[in-house]
Every structure is written in C-alpha cells, then in structure tokens.
Design a protein around this ligand. Structure first.
Ligand SMILES: NC(=O)c1ccc[n+]([C@@H]2O[C@H](COP(=O)([O-])OP(=O)(O)OC[C@H]3O[C@@H](n4cnc5c(N)ncnc54)[C@H](O)[C@@H]3O)[C@@H](O)[C@H]2O)c1
Length: 448
C-alpha cells in the first residue's frame, strides 16, 4: 500500500522543474495526479515520465481557468486530496526598469494564481480533509536585490498561507507553504540578471552551497500528511539544516544528582534523605521556593556544579553521531537564572561541554525557549515542554520523574532520543546521512 493510494493530487506548474519532480514523485507513491500548466508539451512530457497523469491547460493568472481546471479534476476523479500551487515565474530588474506589464504579470501568476486556485480547491479539500500546499521561496522570507516584484509576491504567498491556515484552523484542511532556496530548474537556467548589478549586495544570501535539485524539494512534500492531524500554517525554509534544540540540565547533565550533594551539605542531612525521584519543585526534599533559590545560587556560584555535574550516559556519543549526520545542534539553557553569577555560569557551562566533548554549533542562554528557532526540541522541564508545544513546536520529552504526566514522544535514554530525532528528521523530509555501521568515530572526540 503506497502513501498516496486512492488520493487525487492536482499540481500547477507540473510541466517543468519542481512541479514535474513532484508529479513524478507523488504518482510513484500511488496518487492519481492532474497537472495544470500553460505549457502543454511540457505537461505531456511529465505525464510520460510519471507513467500517466491527467493534463489540463490552465493559465493560473486567470480566475476562470483556475476554477474550470479544478472542477474538471473533481468531475474526472471524484475528489481532490492535495492541491499544490507550484507554478511561478521569476524576473530580475533594476527597480526603475520594472514596467506596469512586468509587475502585473508577476502579481497575476505568483500571487493571484495561488489565491484563485486556493479559492477553487478549498471546498473540495474540506470534503476530503486534504492539504493545500503553496510553494513560496526564500525570497519571500528575506529581501533580495534586483527581484523586488518576485520577493513581494512570494512574501505575500507566505502570509496568505498563514491567513488561510487561520481561517480554516477548525477544519480538517491543512494549509502550508514551503520556501525553497535556489533550485536547479529552467526557471533559474533562463534567469537573466540586468546589467550593472552590484554582486556584493547579493553575496550575503547567495551562500556557498550548491543549488538544490527539484527532487530535493519534493522530498519535503513529506510535509503533506495523508491523514489528519498534521501541521498547518507552517512555512519551513527548506534550505536550512535540521536544527535540534537541546536542553542541558536533566537532558545532558544530571542536575538532580549534582544538586542533591550540595543540598545535603547545606541542609546538614544525609543524601539518602533526599530522593532522586523528586517533583519539579523539590517538595520531597522539603524545600521552599526561597530555600531552593538560595541553595541553587550556592550550588552554581560556590560549589560550581555547572562545571562538575555528571554527564548523562550516552549524551556526547549520540550528539556526535547526530552532528555527523548533519543535525545542527543548538544548546538552549536557562542557566542565567540566578543574577550576579553569570560569568561563572557561562564559563563553567562551556568548560563542562568541552570537558565532556559535547558537540554543538551554537548555544543560547535564555528561558523563553519558544523564541529559539529549532525543528525539534529535547527537554525535560514540564513548563518548557508545555510552552514549546503550545506554540506549535515538536518536543521529545527526556524522561524524568517530574515530567511523567506529559504526553510523548518520550525518550528513556539517549539511544531512544537518537532514534526519535532521526525519525522526526525523516518525517520532516530532511535527508540525514547516518554513519555506516562498523566505522570508528573520529579520533579523540570523546574522553576515554
Ligand atoms: N528554482 C528556484 O530556484 C526556486 C526557488 C524558490 C522557489 N521557487 C518556486 O518554485 C516554483 C516552481 O519553480 P521551478 O523552479 O520549478 O520553475 P520552472 O520554470 O521550471 O516551472 C514553472 C512552471 O510554471 C508554469 N507556469 C508559468 N506561468 C504559468 C501560468 N500563468 N499558469 C500556469 N502555469 C504557469 C511554467 O510553464 C512551468 O512549467 C515557482 O513558484 C518558483 O517561484 C523556485
């Protein structure tokens, strides 16, 4: 049974580039595909490559064409499960050279066309609890020189996607966009830069990486879930790496054990009197919030637990394997929680990370974790997990006695974390290259 068996998918722009690759991919996954485009020979070629596809000539700039084409798809196939707004044009100009005709055509194809097709497709997608997917662009997320009309239309598609997702939030319809960077297609091959451009204005966003291939983008169509519930109103920038937000205390470092030693000393009790099975507020240890604050400050500033805390088994090894596979590791920690010991907290944290050879690309010291952009978060703090999920983020809960009331996904240890992270990355369409079994990890990366 293929993922799209029995599903009907209609795509604009199916005669070329990303639309063609998507048609081939989804037909291969069992969908009945209808391609809509102004380029009829191109559509015929795609139909052949896809092993069969209905083709409909449609100029998306014309409202009547969009409505008629979508009615025809439903009349012929009886339903519509996925509609992909992929058709688009790109031109490059100096601003003074943009004619009224250039502007109107760009808006008509890239913006109005997306709306007319959405308008026509939505009643049918509501009936099947289907998916509307718009192809925006990185150019809709950042400003780019010499492509002002294109950027304007793509930025509008990004926000149209969010607005549609809001309007239909209580239905089974999901509306999302994806925002590719450069993709090697005829759109790019035929792209003409005007004379006298200042390339330094473009260097910042051109990047050093090779262009994507159209097949890389259709991989991200895994965002198209075939069963509810799924994401809605998201606009992932498909040119970015898979970012994992990793908490430290309780996830990489064993805070409870380290803090218990200090608390026992400060309270003058035996460690055994302070159970490791504890609530978030340490009520089993009889600590008031004020006492907790006082002992935590001592633990950080005098006992230096951020430098000496035991590492949680397997954390460094798993993080190295994930990093090797291409996961961008972003450490997010609330260790600046106590005033006037920030220098100690930061220095001890980075020393501890180095000492335990824990890899990371960047590190954020902040409490409001939803402000950090990551594709997936790994956390143990109930308030963090709840705040992240409330703002639409995916979180793997790292097992602890104080978070057992939270729903999963949940990892009991680092090998389970690693597995859940790789599954999530694959579900989001990221192709990570995991290490071949039997190969030694790099030398001297981990302490003996
Ligand atoms: N190639 C890139 O670098 C890149 C980057 C980001 C976003 N995109 C977006 O991806 C989408 C697909 O682009 P591509 O690179 O595959 O380009 P492409 O030129 O290969 O394909 C675009 C298709 O849209 C069709 N089309 C153009 N005007 C139309 C109209 N009025 N009505 C119906 N069909 C029409 C074309 O005939 C063509 O088949 C576009 O929306 C583009 O803006 C492309």
């Amino acid at each position: 049974m293929e993922r799209f068996d029995g599903r009907v998918v209609a795509l604009t722009g199916a005669a070329s580039g990303v639309g063609r690759a998507t048609a081939i991919r989804l037909a291969g996954e069992g969908a009945r595909v209808a391609g809509l485009d102004i380029d009829e020979p191109g559509l015929a070629e795609t139909a052949e490559l896809a092993g069969g596809m209905a083709t409909i000539r449609c100029d998306v700039a014309r409202r009547d064409d969009c409505h008629a084409a979508i009615e025809q798809v439903v009349a012929d196939h009886g339903r519509l499960d996925v509609f992909g707004n992929i058709a688009g044009i790109a031109r490059s100009h100096h601003v003074p050279d943009v004619t009224e005709q250039d502007w109107d055509r760009m808006v008509a194809v890239n913006l109005s066309g997306v709306f007319w097709c959405a308008q026509a497709a939505i009643p049918h997608l509501l009936a099947t609890e289907g998916v509307l997917l718009n192809i925006a662009s990185n150019a809709g997320l950042i400003g780019q020189a010499y492509t002002v009309p294109y950027c304007a239309t793509k930025g509008a598609v990004v926000n149209m996607t969010r607005a549609l997702a809001m309007e239909y939030a209580k239905t089974g319809l999901r509306v999302n966009a994806i925002a590719p960077g450069g993709v090697q297609t005829p759109l790019v091959a035929n792209y003409q830069m005007p004379d006298d451009v200042d390339y330094t204005l473009m260097a910042g966003y051109m990047g050093f990486r090779a262009m994507s291939q159209p097949e890389d983008i259709d991989g991200r169509l895994r965002l198209v879930p075939t069963t509810a519930p799924g994401p809605a109103g998201t606009v992932p920038d498909v040119d970015h790496p898979y970012v994992l937000g990793v908490d430290l205390d309780g996830v990489c470092g064993d805070y409870t054990t380290a803090f218990r030693t200090v608390a026992a000393t400060e309270l003058g009790v035996d460690e055994d009197r302070l159970p490791l099975e504890r609530s978030w507020d340490f009520r089993e240890w009889g600590l008031t919030p004020e006492e907790y604050e006082r002992i935590h400050l001592l633990a950080v500033a005098e006992h230096r637990i951020l430098r000496t805390m035991p590492v949680i088994d397997g954390a460094a090894e798993a993080l190295w394997r994930l990093s090797d596979a291409g996961v961008w590791l972003r450490i997010i920690t609330h260790r600046l929680y106590v005033n006037w010991s920030h220098a100690i907290a930061i220095a001890d944290t980075v020393e501890w990370l180095d000492h335990h050879r824990i890899p990371y690309r960047d590190i954020c010291f902040l409490g409001t974790k939803p402000e950090v952009e990551a594709d997936l978060y790994l956390d143990d703090g109930p308030h963090n997990v709840e705040a992240l999920r409330a703002t639409g983020n995916r979180v793997v809960v790292f097992e602890a006695p104080y978070n057992r009331h939270l729903p999963g996904p949940r990892a009991l240890d680092w090998s389970e974390c690693e597995h859940l992270i790789l599954v999530d990355a694959a579900e989001q369409g990221f192709s990570l290259q995991t290490q071949l079994p039997g190969l030694e990890p790099g030398t001297n990366r981990l302490p003996n």
